[in-house]
Design a binder for this molecule. Structure first.
Ligand code: FES
Length: 101
């Protein structure tokens, strides 16, 4: 199910915190492409919105591990995968795909 989360795209490389169905997410805009992921580092569960975007990856502020924004895989092989959500941009706004709870 698609949920409308914003009217407009976030500014480039901004980490916009949003909440859908009680799940904390981050929406970001990398060179015009939108990405959405869970706002929880799979390593030690700090908020990834405290990190920064580098080379199409989100870099965690705590230990510096990076997660690919398309696959969710980390730069560290033994870490759990970051949960990624589908995003679409329409005239009516920005939508995230998530299971209805
Ligand atoms: S808590 Fe994110 S890399 Fe350690």
């Amino acid at each position: 199910m698609w949920f409308k989360v914003l009217e407009h795209s976030p500014k480039p490389d901004a980490l916009k915190e949003i909440s859908v169905n009680g799940v904390e997410l981050v929406l970001t805009n990398v060179k015009g492409r939108l990405y959405c992921f869970e706002n929880r580092c799979p390593h030690e569960e700090v908020r990834l919105s405290l990190g920064c975007i580098k080379n199409k990856k989100i870099k965690c502020a705590l230990h510096g591990y990076s997660f690919n924004l398309e696959t969710g895989w980390s730069s560290e092989e033994d870490l759990e995968r970051l949960k990624i959500y589908q995003v679409k941009r329409e005239k009516a706004g920005i939508f995230i795909e998530m299971e209805d709870s």
